[in-house]
Design a protein around this ligand. Structure first.
Ligand code: GLA
Length: 414
C-alpha cells in the first residue's frame, strides 16, 4: 500500500507515521455478536493504512486513494453526528468518539490507502476506523487501552455513521494475533487466542468476493437485529445468548422468530465446537506434534462451515444467490467446507480447501458464475494475520523541498 506516498503528494511532507489495521474474515459465529454470543474471527493480511502527521490547530484533513475527490476538512470543535457523510464519516466518527470519551484529539493530516475490497464483507470500514484510532491516539500521545479503542471505534460506526453493527469487526482488527483466530465472548467481552494455521495441515483459506455489494445501512441487517431482540423479549431473556438448548426455540410460536433464534443458538454452539477442535490435544505417537492440527480437524471444521451456511441461508435468510452458488461449487470441487461471511446480502464466501484442490475450487466457482452471466468473482488468500499496528516508515531521500512543503509543517514534533 502507498499511504505514505499519497501523504507526500497531497500534503507535501513526510508523515509522522503509518498505521495499518487489518480487515477480517469470520471463521464461525455470524449475527451472534449483537445477541451477546460468541464469534471467532481472524485478521487478514489485507488492511487499511493511514499515513498521518500532527498539525497545529483543531482540524483534521483527510484524503484517500480510493476516494480521489478533494480532501475532507473536519473541524474537531463542535463535531457531531450528521456533520460528515460518506467515507470520511468513519475517521471523523473515531475522532468524535475519542473526544466524547474525554480525550483531546490532535489536529492531523491523514492519508488513507486500502487493499481491502469495499463492500466485500471483509470489514473495510472497521479497518478504516481502527487505523485512524491508532494514528490519532499515538499522534496525540493518548493512552487508550486497545479494549477501549474497540468500543470507541464501534461507537463511531453505530452513532456517528449510523450503522447498527456489533462488536466483532473492530475487535478482530484490534485484538487478533497472527496464526490465531480470536474467540470473543460478546457478553463478557472476554477474548482468547485460538491457534489457527490451516497451512500447517495442508489446508488453505480462500475468500471468494462474489462482487454482489452489501450495504449495512440498508434495512435488512437492522431488521434481523430487531427480530432477535423481539424473540428474546418473547422468551423473557435479556438476549438470545441465554438460550443454550436448541429445543428451547420451540417455545417461540412465530415461525420466523423461531428460525432466527435457531440460527443464533446453533451458530453459538458451532463456534464452541470449532474452538474445541482447534484446541484438541494433538495426536498420539507417530502423529503430528502438539500445536499442529491434523487434516481431519479441518475436515470437521469444514463440515461445520457447510452447516453454518445452510443455517444462514434457510433460518436467518441473509444469504444471496452468488454466495449459495459459490458454496455449492466449492464443495463440489473438493472444498472441506464453505460459507458466506459477514452481515450478508452480498460480500464474500470463505472456503476451507485442501491445498491440492485450490485451483479446482477457483475454476469451479468461476465457471458457475460464468454460467449465470454474473460478474467474475475475485479470489483472495486468507492467512490469519496480526492486528492493527504502527509500520516502520521508510523515509524517501532526498526529502521533498521548497514548494513541496507540508501543509502540516506547523505540526509539533515529539
Ligand atoms: C457485520 C457487522 C458485525 C456482525 C456481522 C454478522 O459484519 O459489522 O458486527 O454482526 O455483520 O456476524
Amino acid at each position: 500500500m502507498r499511504a505514505a506516498e499519497l501523504f507526500r503528494s497531497r500534503f507535501g511532507g513526510e508523515p509522522d507515521g503509518v498505521w495499518l489495521a487489518p480487515g477480517r474474515a469470520n471463521l464461525m459465529g455470524e449475527h451472534t455478536d449483537y445477541n451477546e454470543g460468541y464469534v471467532l474471527p481472524f485478521a487478514l493480511s489485507q488492511g487499511v493504512a493511514a499515513a498521518a502527521a500532527r498539525r497545529a490547530g483543531r482540524r483534521l484533513t483527510l484524503c484517500s486513494r480510493q476516494e480521489p475527490a478533494a480532501a475532507v476538512e473536519v473541524d474537531l470543535d463542535g463535531l457531531a453526528p450528521g456533520q460528515v457523510t460518506g467515507w470520511a464519516a468513519y475517521p471523523a466518527g473515531v475522532a468524535w468518539a475519542l473526544e466524547a470519551a474525554g480525550h483531546r484529539v490532535p489536529g492531523a493530516c491523514i492519508a488513507i490507502d486500502s487493499d481491502v475490497p469495499v463492500g466485500a464483507g471483509l470489514s473495510s470500514s472497521a479497518a478504516l476506523e481502527c487505523a485512524t484510532a491508532l494514528a490519532l491516539t499515538e499522534l496525540g500521545e493518548l493512552a487508550v487501552p486497545r479494549a477501549d479503542l474497540v468500543t470507541l471505534a464501534r461507537r463511531a460506526e453505530n452513532e456517528f455513521v449510523g450503522v447498527p453493527s456489533g462488536i466483532m469487526d473492530q475487535s478482530a482488527s484490534l485484538l487478533c494475533q497472527a496464526g490465531h483466530a480470536l474467540l470473543l465472548d460478546c457478553r463478557s467481552l472476554e477474548a482468547a487466542q485460538v491457534p489457527f494455521e490451516p497451512a500447517a495441515a495442508g489446508a488453505s483459506l480462500l475468500l471468494i468476493n462474489t462482487r454482489a455489494k452489501h450495504d449495512l445501512v440498508d434495512g435488512e441487517y437492522g431488521a434481523r437485529r430487531a427480530e432477535c431482540e423481539e424473540a428474546a423479549r418473547r422468551l423473557g431473556i435479556p438476549s438470545l445468548r441465554y438460550l443454550t438448548d436448541l429445543g428451547d426455540t420451540d417455545r417461540l410460536t412465530d415461525p420466523v422468530l423461531r428460525r432466527r433464534a435457531r440460527h443464533v443458538v446453533a451458530d453459538n454452539q458451532r463456534v464452541l465446537e470449532v474452538v474445541a477442535l482447534l484446541r484438541a490435544p494433538a495426536a498420539p505417537p507417530g502423529q503430528p506434534p502438539p500445536g499442529q492440527h491434523r487434516a481431519d480437524t479441518y475436515r470437521d471444521i469444514g463440515r461445520l462451515l457447510a452447516q453454518a451456511h445452510a443455517s444462514l441461508r434457510d433460518d436467518f435468510e441473509v444469504s444471496w444467490p452468488e454466495a449459495d452458488a459459490a458454496v455449492e461449487a466449492a464443495l463440489a470441487a473438493g472444498a472441506a467446507g464453505a460459507r458466506m461471511i459477514g452481515g450478508g446480502f452480498g460480500g464474500s464466501v470463505l472456503a476451507l480447501v485442501p491445498a491440492a484442490a485450490g485451483g479446482l475450487v477457483r475454476d469451479a466457482v468461476t465457471e458457475a458464475f460464468a454460467r449465470h452471466a454474473w460478474t467474475e468473482p475475485e479470489f483472495l488468500d486468507a492467512v490469519p494475520a496480526d492486528s492493527a499496528r504502527r509500520l516502520s516508515l521508510q523515509l524517501v531521500w532526498p526529502r521533498p523541498r521548497g514548494g513541496d512543503q507540508c501543509r502540516c509543517a506547523t505540526r509539533r514534533r515529539s
